[in-house]
Ligand binder design. Structure first.
Ligand code: SAH
Ligand code: SF4
Length: 358
């Protein structure tokens, strides 16, 4: 529920409206996972709420830790589906990569999640609960670490789950709840043109990343079937029209596949495509997994591609793979276990209540 939903829910039940906000703040500001933790509610009210509503859609089934400090959480939904979420250390803060669907229907040829197919959309509660569990895990295992950025780059195509995406963004950025800054949230899409147009008109304004991955339609058709529906021309036209906040740029993701899209000629075609765009390009060297036939280019080829992009005036960043030893890097999320033991989260007692509702 968004805050508005929670207030409407309270009224529907015949309770005062402020009770909706009170409970909502416990969940989204304080991270309460049971009604019993809500110490400024009478025990009778807690019981009434527990009979009508649920908190938290997910439980942690496994945490794998990489040698570089990246943690991959396997989370299980109430109906027994598994999804993954990744906590990535980035200098003085942590970025969390969250999932929007169980599996994905887009079928990009280089991506391990694609091989799962689409099982179902996550609801907004399951999307935001990844963040709350991520925060709690850091709180317990790495006090002082700050979870400051969220990227919708885990399993799934966020724009295929549009309504829950928007709802989750509204919840996470609400200043009475998790209070995440909009500029610290990035939504990544494979390029669903009609939904991009819709996203541009929302009040909530995350950063936008687009998985371009190819310098022309021939290559993109071959590696991303979605291109046959919305090709590069249509995609870039939609992005040209996309209303960007001041001082923001679109990020283009470019998975570098040896012999497919990594030549110097590809770099110059890419530069021509993106000329005049307020954008940056994230070069992501292919992360291998057993289901795909591609290979990561050699370090020399990666460097040559990036240098050519720079020489042609593109602002490019090389994504150093994080967590690839535990299959937690981009494109490797496929619910693979390594049998890590589960460390249950502590039950928190004596939590300070959220501020009173005026
Ligand atoms: N579905 C969304 C977000 C999740 S995928 C999207 O496609 O944008 C996140 C990023 O991982 C995308 O940019 C995708 O191109 C990239 N990716 C997928 N498989 C990969 C692989 N094997 N190696 C490197 N990056 C990969
Ligand atoms: Fe889905 Fe993104 Fe993987 Fe493509 S790259 S299959 S859109 S998760």
């Amino acid at each position: 529920m968004t805050l508005d939903d929670a207030e409407a829910f309270a009224v529907e039940q015949g309770w005062p409206r402020f009770r909706g906000e009170q409970v909502w703040r416990w969940v989204h500001d304080k991270g309460a996972r049971t009604f019993d933790e809500m110490t400024n509610l009478s025990p009778a009210t807690r019981v009434e709420f527990a009979a009508k509503a649920m908190i938290g859609g997910l439980t942690i089934a496994e945490v794998q830790t990489s040698k570089d400090g990246t943690r991959k959480l396997r989370l299980v939904t109430r109906d027994g589906q598994s999804i993954e979420s990744v906590l990535i250390p980035m200098g003085d803060h942590v970025t969390q990569c969250i999932s929007s669907q169980v599996g994905c229907a887009v079928d990009c040829q280089f991506c391990a999640t694609a091989k799962l197919g689409l099982k179902r959309n996550l609801d907004a509660g399951e999307i935001v609960d990844q963040v709350y569990l991520g925060r709690r895990l850091l709180e317990e295992q790495e006090p002082g670490a700050r979870l400051s950025n969220i990227v919708y780059m885990g399993m799934g195509e966020p724009l295929h789950n549009y309504d829950n995406l928007i709802k989750s963004l509204k919840i996470l950025t609400n200043d009475k709840g998790a209070k995440l800054a909009q500029r610290r949230i990035t939504v990544s899409t494979s390029g669903l043109v009609p939904k991009l147009e819709k996203l541009g008109n929302e009040t909530v304004r995350p950063n936008l990343a687009v998985s371009l991955n190819a310098p022309n339609d021939d290559v993109r058709d071959a590696i991303m079937p979605i291109n046959r529906k919305w090709n590069i021309g249509k995609l870039l036209a939609a992005l040209k029209a996309y209303p960007l906040e001041q001082r923001r740029r679109i990020t283009f993701e470019y998975v570098l596949l040896a012999g497919v899209n990594d030549s110097l000629a590809d770099a110059s075609q890419l530069a021509r495509l993106l000329r005049g765009f307020k954008c940056k390009v994230n070069i992501i060297p292919y992360n291998p997994h057993p289901e795909a036939v591609y290979a990561r280019p050699s370090p020399a080829a990666i460097e040559a591609f990036q240098n050519e992009c720079k020489r042609l005036g593109m602002s490019t960043y090389l994504r150093i793979p994080k967590g690839d030893d535990i299959d937690a890097a981009c494109g490797q999320l496929a619910n693979r276990s390594n049998g890590s033991p589960v460390v249950p989260l502590r039950i928190r007692k004596g939590l300070p209540p959220p501020p009173p509702v005026e």
